[in-house]
Design a protein around this ligand. Structure first.
Ligand code: PBG
Length: 332
């Protein structure tokens, strides 16, 4: 049966765009505060607020300022923040052992935030790059980021993060088998409620540059991450990655970066029908901000439109450095 969709002039599609109320009534997708996860950068020290040069208006803050830094996000009802540590150089080494220190920066931050804001979800990044002196997400054996040796380190890192009270662990390392290995270790330790949000389809992207400035992993990075992060040319492979992570126990999956990979968000969401998140990464943030600073784009409209695009593609939620600003814009 073919459906008669109407014909001009009896049917005029512009009628449904006639006024604001009609447009709201027929809107197919909506962005809400509940869709947002705010990534934040933390540093050691006291009274420190250090701007990230390549990310206008983004600052790394020390723990004494963290509760105040997060207050707006918590009060606006943003469901989750994702923590990223800028580890001091003297605590980095080839094996990234600081990642397993129960008292490392990110674990202290998690404890502090859970105490201060018990209902705010804390997302812990699981990967070694903030802790390795070579900037890779895993340990290196004979010039190669070694998969299985890295898994052992990721398990230790995951356990101390779960212990510190993180609600969601987000492995961003792209090692094979990490979701299953981490899930088994968490379960064995009794952390059966700790959720896993897998960076399932994470691409070897140029758009992470500003993030690497923020956590200080960029200058030290030797080579690139192409032996573990995905080739930007591929989409079928993203579905395989997601299928593996789901089979291994991922509760939620993520596509990253965002705007250049909306096709992946759509395919993953349609194929699997699981909570699919998308990371509007640092380079996307910086592109919008650079254009805004030069007066080329309307700030609020560009931000909200970029985020709505993720919802339209099928995302359940978005990690975005604009989270607080977007939430404020939606409230007003
Ligand atoms: C590290 C990690 C990266 C990001 C999140 N976790 C960078 C990388 O893989 O080099 C990027 C986030 C961003 O660019 O905003 N495992």
């Amino acid at each position: 049966m073919t459906i008669n969709l109407g014909q001009f002039p009896r049917t005029r599609l512009r009628r449904n765009r006639f006024d604001d109320a009609t447009r709201r009534l027929v809107a197919e997708h909506r962005l809400g505060i509940d869709d947002l996860i705010w990534p934040i950068f933390i540093i050691e020290g006291h009274g420190q607020r250090i701007p990230v040069t390549s990310m206008p208006e983004v600052e790394r803050v020390s723990l004494d300022l963290l509760a105040a830094h997060v207050q707006d996000a918590a009060e606006l009802g943003i469901p989750a923040v994702a923590l990223f540590p800028a580890t001091p150089a003297e605590k980095k080494n080839a094996e990234g052992t600081e990642s397993a220190n129960p008292e490392n920066l990110i674990n202290r931050a998690a404890r502090l935030l859970k105490r201060e804001y018990p209902h705010l979800l804390i997302v812990g990044d699981v990967a070694l790059d903030p802790y390795t002196d070579h900037g890779h997400d895993g340990v290196i054996r004979r010039g190669y980021v070694a998969n299985d040796d890295t898994l052992a380190a990721l398990v230790k890192q995951s356990l101390v993060q779960a212990e510190a009270g993180m609600d969601i662990l987000a492995p961003s390392d792209m090692m094979d088998g990490r979701i299953g290995t981490i899930r088994a270790a968490l379960d064995e330790a009794g952390h059966i409620h700790t959720r896993l949000m897998s960076y399932a389809a994470k691409y070897a992207s140029a758009f992470y540059g500003p993030f690497r400035d923020a956590v200080g992993s960029g200058k030290s990075l030797t080579g690139d991450k192409k032996t573990y992060q995905m080739d930007p040319a591929n989409t079928d492979e993203a579905l395989r990655e997601v299928a593996f992570d789901l089979a291994e126990g991922a509760d939620m999956v993520m596509v990253k970066p965002g705007m250049p990979y909306l096709d992946i968000v759509r395919r993953v969401h349609e194929r699997f029908g699981v909570p699919t998140f998308v990371y509007q990464v640092s380079g996307e943030y910086s592109m919008i901000m650079a254009a805004v600073e030069r007066g080329f784009l309307d700030r609020e409209r560009a931000i909200l439109e970029s985020l709505l695009g993720f919802k339209r593609a099928g995302a359940a939620g978005v990690l975005t450095y604009f989270a607080v600003e977007a939430a404020k814009a939606m409230k007003s």
